[in-house]
Design a protein around this ligand. Structure first.
Ligand SMILES: [Zn+2]
Length: 383
């Protein structure tokens, strides 16, 4: 029932609409028109104003005609990473890619296209279904900002799917919580040639801290990284300040807390070793840290209705779906934090966030079939 050509054509059209984070206005207007045409009650929320973007999340409600069927959320994000403007899609057989100068933007326009095609099939076939809420978010790539601003109380659905991951046949049900950490190491400025003994090098303190830090893969659930380091002004000045930005992620809140404290502790310990006395005054190197929660844990239980529905849908299509944990965050993390039960289903996008991004249209097709079958089984109350 899913029409492969129609799905392909919509995706190819959508990837050519520029939509970097905070500049999603054009794509939002395009999908709003699509959703209205499909009979949805469509509105745009105020997330755009809140995050300084050109438009908010596009939300649509499709009234069901199957009493008793649980309302479902279908969601994808509209923004893409850079370089993502002026995408020229290239189709070779069933493989869709960019011309190599930009990302394709199948992340996540494949998800948007699938949701639209499923709704179109429901409508043209007159298939009965429960209430469906559609949410197309802004600024997912900029820190899940659209999802964070979403007012979920206006949604009917308490469960559903985000369509925003790669290999078909996987349902992501677990994702880590992540902290973003900024460290600022304060030393003391001095002329490096004339009186270096009157200075404390913030670069040296930072280096000592990092050299004792556990980074990279900490354990099977936990990772950590220092990704940015900036500091110093000239080669003949003992640097008085270094700023470092990093992150820690874990599927365990406790481990995330421990790793975050460990990273701060390494810098604090290094700073404590550097002090000096000038004119009877004691100077002590120190570190300031700003710790922010980037996103929260996602942990949808194996036995939850949405997992069972998707498994059953896959089985009906002669496939198997594996539940998986991912190391990344997506809008589903935020929806789960807000009390919904939402898993992330793959769409077929590959090598995302690179100019080599590609997608096999057969995978896209299968993913759309799985979503349609999930909606159908939900209608039958096949939980
Ligand atoms: Zn994405």
């Amino acid at each position: 029932m899913i029409q492969k050509d129609r799905l392909k054509n919509l995706l190819i059209e959508l990837v050519q609409v520029d939509s970097p984070s905070r500049k999603e206005h054009a794509i939002a207007m395009r999908v709003k028109r699509e959703l209205e045409e499909l009979g949805g009650e469509v509105w745009i929320d105020d997330a755009g104003e809140k995050v300084g973007g050109s438009v908010g999340n596009v939300i649509a409600h499709f009234r069901g005609n199957a009493p008793g069927a649980e309302p479902l959320l279908l969601s994808a994000h509209m923004d893409t990473v850079m370089p993502g403007e002026g995408v020229v899609p290239v189709l070779e057989g069933d493989i869709l890619r960019s011309d190599g100068r930009t990302v394709l933007g199948g992340d996540d326009k494949s998800g948007v296209a699938i949701v639209c095609e499923v709704l179109r099939v429901l409508r043209e076939r007159g298939l009965s279904h429960g209430d469906i809420d559609v949410v197309f978010t802004i600024c997912e790539e900029a820190g899940l900002l659209g999802a964070k601003c979403l007012e979920t109380s206006r949604l009917k659905a308490r469960t559903g799917l985000v369509l925003d991951s790669d290999s078909v046949g996987f349902l992501f049900t677990k994702a880590p919580a992540a902290n973003v950490i900024e460290f600022r190491v304060h030393g003391l400025e001095a002329h490096a040639g004339v009186c270096p003994e009157k200075g404390v090098s913030a670069i040296q303190v930072a280096a000592e801290g990092i050299s004792r830090m556990r980074l990279g893969r900490i354990d099977e659930e936990t990772t950590a990284n220092i990704g940015v380091i900036e500091g110093g002004t000239a080669i003949n000045i003992v640097p008085n300040r270094v700023t470092l930005r990093g992150e820690a992620r874990s599927h365990s809140e406790e481990k995330l807390e421990n790793q975050t404290r460990h990273m701060l502790g390494c810098f604090e310990e290094a700073a404590s070793r550097h002090s000096l006395e000038i004119d009877g005054k004691r100077f002590q190197a120190r570190v300031e840290a700003k710790i922010e929660r980037n996103y929260d844990l996602m942990d949808v239980p194996e036995g939850s209705p949405i997992v069972r529905l998707v498994r059953a849908a896959a089985r009906n299509l002669g496939m198997e779906v594996k539940t998986m944990a991912t190391g990344g965050g997506c809008d589903a993390n935020v929806f789960n934090k807000k009390g919904l039960e939402v898993a992330n289903l793959s769409t077929g996008m590959r090598e995302i966030h690179t100019v080599k991004e590609w997608l096999d249209l057969n995978d896209l097709f299968v993913s759309a079939q799985m979503v349609l079958e999930t909606v159908r089984l939900n209608t039958l109350g096949a939980r």
